[in-house]
Write a protein that binds this ligand. Sequence first.
Ligand code: NOJ
Length: 577
Amino acid sequence: MKKSKLVFCILLLVIFEANMGCKAKPDTSVNASVDRKWWKEAVVYQIYPRSFKDSDGDGIGDLKGIISKLDYIKSLGINVVWLNPIYSSPNDDNGYDVSDYRNIMKDFGTMADFDLLLKGLHERGIKLVMDLVVNHSSDEHAWFKQSKSSRNSPYRDYYHWWNAERVKPAPRYSLFDVNHDAWKYDSLTNAYYLHYFSRKQPDLNWENPKLRQEVYDIMKFWAAKGIDGFRLDAFQFAAKDTSFPVFPKGYENDFVKYYAMGPHLHDYLKEMYQQVFSKYDVMSVAEGAGNSFQDAHDLVDAERNELNMAYAFEGVDIAKVNGYSLLHFKEVFSRWDSAFAEKGWLSVFLANHDQARLVSRFGNDSAAYREVSSKMLSTFLMTMRGTPYYYNGDELGMTNAGFTNISEYRDMPTLNEYQHQKNIGGDMQQFMKRIQFECRDNGRTPFQWNNTANAGFTTGTPWININPNYTSINEASQENDPNSVLLYFRNIVKLRSQHLELVYGKYQLLDKDNPKIYAYTRELNGSKILVLLNFTSSLEKPNIPVDISKAKLLIDNYGSSPNDGKLRPYEAVVYQL
Ligand code: NOJ
């Protein structure tokens, strides 16, 4: 080749490379700076099927009821639904006692209904996460019936048995038992079986590889149907030291320390990952995250190949009957965020089916502030790093029913504890006061659809009383009110979906020592969002080193910018800086 031709070719190559970006310029796109995943960008809406919508007038919500509300669910802007258990169950614990993992609870409908529900969700771009309850089954499951029938049953080792002729088993605390005793004697085979929850919820023996394989097969059955994830109920308790050592006196006051993260738990999760999670595009989250950040990281850090995200209780546990301190709240959420800033992924939530209502616990459910404080709490949940989990009914600002008579309560552990307190001569007035505020039945009263009889939930007699305030707090009336809690919820969910800063961005706490205001920024690739939340009923001024005069208002729960830089009661405001 002639020299001039060669120079020409090199020149062409240089121009070509420059134009095509072959000389690698740093990639500043979001994709390059974060590990994007659909389950990180999701907003999870939790549906408690028993209380959502009844289609057949038996007073119990069902799958057809949920199907009839699919357009409503879609209208929220959420993209994942988590359904509490819908499998066959004698309902000792509202479905958390499964008697057949491959069938649908009669009260809820049929497998054909389930298939329609899944299809309807997918058609609307919504994924479905199912509850998987495998720390225990129902005592009416065929495995347990077999297991209890004889010491020689091939199913004996599916559960934890302790033959009674041995010395008594070391005490184990039961969360739900009337005597708090987790060992139940069974005369048929003269042995005790273990139940961390109720007597009708015997614990499965994860040491047994056959049992584990049964569970993975069940998971594959549902994954093959096309579901999109699993929430593993109480799974941190699944692994046990089956020699059942004696725990120190008083261990029951701190039982999670002794029950969580038992031997081989990680081996089981790795096996589950290898057999199930790795083979399907499903997300996975376990209830509870152990006793430390290390425990939580060990469950979810990506390279460990176990679970996707942690669901830790420290935040949701803050609110007590006597209130809570915002400084504590900020400290807890900031500490968790920073522990997961570089690695791992968190769920962010303040309510679920095991809690009383969001606005009654963390906000202010008085007539004056219910709406604005509900909106403020939704703003918090939708602007934190992590995947938000939002409980049905909170988008209307539903409140605690606060039943005053024990006959109105339905929750099995609450009724057992009532009996327990009576048996030991406990302070019943104190007990009633406590459950009025914190019993999970508060979060399980039927969804308030409209102001017709039974809030439009059922044409029959509801399984649990409806909160009488349904005449004023209901979905239908909020649809027509431009200032409603519901419309605000849709807007704040939309805002999150439009700003990846709110999903992945760095979190920085501002005005740390302010006991009334929660202020923080979220920043991604140079784009910064400021969130200001007033957690009180007074006018408060944040002390922040940020000039907001040129900031763009993204959303405000009063519908207008704050006056004089002061936040009105429970005001929530989000700016693009
Ligand atoms: C945790 C569930 O969230 C709760 O509702 C249930 O009662 C217990 N696990 C037992 O399954």
